[in-house]
Design a protein. Structure first.
Length: 331
């Protein structure tokens, strides 16, 4: 790892930081405390060096204070859940424990809330989100989030079997495990739109979202690699390519950077044809305008993801045996 260098990445649009960051940070910190999601000083320090508040401010530079606060709290919750499995050397390797952990989270969307910290905080997020989102949006978001939950079970099975998936199998899995379908749904709150199913079903817009998801997954895989190697975590495009192509980590990283550039170029190419394709499909002008507002924010979030990845301590300050973990599934 001493000679590993993250390649230059394609960023056609500069990053911008939401000016409402300070207020959103204070609200997110208070919310984490309210639900006991940072129960120890080590956990608090881990959250502080991760800076999920700045991540959200980079991803959503145009969001209102209210929207930025809600999305920041969602992202903080997702990061806390992620650490429970990716960083835990026991829970993350036992498929039998998946249902025990995730059952209460699935139940939240059926109106059942247990005493676990993650379940109670998820119920709070869901209650406040449904107050500002249409039923159409809700029906789209829930499957995306549950798909993300299910990705942990798939990873546990791979870990138990000791298999390294092929690149295409990995990418299919990565879309689920990255949770960015759900994150892009949340981004609609920041953009100030509530998109129709007809727009989401349009092939050009669906392709655009897919390119955004994979461009950002490549960014994350490159910056998170040192942390994941320290935790013996094999689900990373760099390690998958290195394993199957028998090349060095640096060579594999260069290939992932080429993939990232390809996805970004795909976004730019689709941007040129998107208005015409949407109009020809019969979508109203207001729907087309909302789609283009989303594209503007897609560019911003991709640049912002890189900006945050460079500054966060999440990938720079690595604990091989994490001291910040606490069981958040308990009351």
């Amino acid at each position: 790892m001493d000679n590993f260098r993250i390649p230059d990445l394609y960023i056609p649009v500069p990053a911008a930081l939401n000016p409402e960051l300070q207020e959103a940070t204070a609200a997110a910190d208070a919310w984490l405390d309210e639900f006991g999601l940072v129960p120890t000083e080590e956990a608090r320090q881990h959250v502080q060096r991760t800076r999920v508040d700045r991540l959200t401010a980079w991803l959503c530079p145009n969001a209102s204070r209210e929207a930025l606060t809600l999305i920041t709290q969602w992202n903080a919750w997702l990061f806390q859940l992620d650490d429970q499995f990716d960083d835990d050397p026991v829970r993350g390797y036992q498929p039998a424990r998946w249902r025990e952990a995730f059952g209460p989270l699935f139940a939240v969307f059926d109106g059942t809330v247990t005493a676990g910290r993650l379940a109670r905080s998820l119920a709070d997020l869901w209650r406040r989100t449904t107050a500002v989102r249409s039923s159409i949006w809700q029906r789209r978001f829930v499957p995306h989030l549950l798909w993300y939950f299910d990705s942990y079970r798939a990873e546990m099975i791979h870990r138990e079997e000791g298999r390294v998936p092929g690149l295409q199998q990995y990418l299919t899995h990565r879309r689920a495990s990255f949770a960015f379908d759900a994150v892009l749904d949340l981004m609609e709150i920041g953009t100030g739109v509530d998109l129709s199913d007809q727009l989401h079903a349009n092939p050009a817009f669906a392709d655009m979202r897919e390119a955004v998801i994979y461009a950002n997954a490549c960014i994350n895989d490159l910056y998170s690699l040192p942390k994941e190697l320290a935790h013996d975590y094999a689900f990373n495009a760099v390690t998958v390519i290195g394993h199957h192509h028998r090349c060095s980590l640096q060579e594999a990283a260069e290939r992932v950077a080429v993939m990232q550039a390809g996805y970004v170029q795909r976004i730019l190419d689709l941007e040129q044809v998107l208005p015409g394709r949407l109009t020809r499909s019969g979508l109203a002008d207001v729907v087309v305008d909302d789609a283009l507002r989303c594209v503007r924010d897609f560019h911003a979030l991709t640049a912002g993801n890189i900006a945050w990845s460079k500054e966060t301590g999440r990938y720079a300050e690595i604990e091989a045996k994490p001291t910040y973990l606490a069981d958040l599934f308990t009351p």
